[in-house]
Design a protein around this ligand. Structure first.
Ligand SMILES: NC(=O)C1=CN([C@@H]2O[C@H](COP(=O)(O)OP(=O)(O)OC[C@H]3O[C@@H](n4cnc5c(N)ncnc54)[C@H](OP(=O)(O)O)[C@@H]3O)[C@@H](O)[C@H]2O)C=CC1
Ligand SMILES: CCCCCCCCCCCCCCCC(=O)[C@@H](N)CO
Length: 331
């Protein structure tokens, strides 16, 4: 006789085992495989590193022992950024003055900077306005900087990045700064949202192309963030853009930089920055690569519910738009 009674097979057992088995399946299939991307001692190149989120990222990477290069147009602002980072960290960053719209200038800067391990395509411009009122020049300005500028950077950095990743045996990263307005279209952002949505197609396709070279692509999706660029934007942003963007809580540049760097280090393809961003990322997971089986599980189990939540948000936004118009008519 056994000293203890054998446990009865609980009827709940399959209920518990099913999700565990499913999680195991996801852990087996998620691609690309998650890796750790080291920052210390590596060359981190940040476009738009002279201001806001890019500057916060440059400071953070310098603190963590990276060799940092930053690129932007204004040489004066680059100098200021270098001084500020030296004061805060004791580290000197390399500065490169170039307009990302100029492919040759970007290639020259990249050549001078030397092979990159972590390329952060962060620069961006945003001048919100209803499409009907916005000059085509301004639309072109946003598309050329936010989209074409990213192509120029990646094309310039990729050959040496591949060689370097091979020589060092360490995984490399290409990170792209999108926006929550690159996950959902927002009133006043026709040009901006278009430029940011486009980056997702770029990033998904690029990840297929560079994975064999041990290069991991990350996309970062911040909400409204307190930066010099945002202060300028806020002066002219349409009321409805303010109201809808307010659905997601604002952040400080340093906190976005932390989320971004953590996402890059753990080779996540989609990097949300706040709680609303995590929901938005599950709701818009689409066919993006996913290296975390845990997030994959949340995406699969949350899909239906998050679609419902998304519809509720749209219901709210369309009601606000309707109210805003009827208020204007009565004024
Ligand atoms: N702040 C926010 O609310 C949010 C921002 N984002 C995104 O984060 C990124 C950074 O934004 P943020 O920190 O607010 O922006 P800032 O305006 O504060 O800084 C932008 C940086 O990009 C550089 N830059 C702009 N145009 C060019 C160009 N043509 N060539 C080279 N460099 C250029 C600027 O330098 P210079 O002008 O001297 O060239 C500056 O260093 C952007 O991609 C933005 O779309 C996403 C979500 C929210
Ligand atoms: C399923 C549930 C989803 C819930 C959350 C939805 C919230 C969406 C809000 C969109 C905010 C867009 C901010 C853009 C900021 C930006 O890029 C500009 N400041 C320019 O830099």
């Amino acid at each position: 006789m056994a000293p203890y009674p054998l446990p009865m097979a609980s009827p709940l057992l399959p209920l518990v085992m099913a999700p565990v088995a499913f999680a195991a399946v996801l852990a087996f299939i998620v691609r690309p495989r998650s890796v750790r991307i080291p920052i210390k001692g590596r060359h981190v190149f940040i476009s738009g590193g002279s201001s806001g989120i890019g500057l916060a990222l440059a400071r953070l990477a310098a603190t963590e022992g990276a060799r940092v290069s930053i690129l932007a147009r204004s040489a004066a602002r680059l100098q200021e950024a270098r001084d500020a980072i030296r004061l805060a960290t004791g580290v000197d960053v390399a500065i490169f003055s170039a307009d990302v719209r100029d492919a040759d200038a970007v290639a020259n800067a990249m050549e001078e900077a030397g092979p990159v391990d972590v390329l952060v395509c962060n620069h961006g411009v945003f001048t919100p306005q209803e499409l009907e009122k916005q000059d085509l020049e301004e639309v072109r300005f946003m598309v050329e900087i936010n989209l074409m500028g990213i192509f120029h950077l990646i094309k310039a950095a990729l050959p040496a990045m591949k060689q370097r990743a091979k020589a060092t045996g360490l995984p490399a990263s290409i990170a792209i700064m999108s926006s929550q307005a690159g996950q959902v279209g927002v009133y006043g952002y026709t040009a901006y949202s278009a430029s940011k949505f486009a980056l997702r197609g770029l990033a998904e396709a690029l990840q297929h192309e560079v994975i064999a070279h041990n290069i991991h692509v990350s996309m970062i999706f911040p909400p409204d963030t307190d930066t010099p660029g945002f202060a300028e934007e806020h002066k002219r942003r349409p009321d409805l853009t303010n109201i809808i963007a307010g659905s997601s809580g604002g952040m400080k540049a340093d906190d976005v930089a932390k989320k971004a760097l953590n996402g890059i280090k753990s080779s996540r393809f989609i990097v949300p920055c706040n709680f609303e961003g995590s929901m938005l990322s599950i709701a818009t997971a689409g066919l993006s690569p996913q290296s975390s089986f845990f997030t994959a599980l949340a995406e699969v189990l949350g899909a239906g519910f998050m679609r419902f939540m998304g519809l509720c948000f749209q219901w709210n936004w369309f009601s606000l738009i309707e109210k805003w118009h009827s208020k204007k008519k009565n004024m």
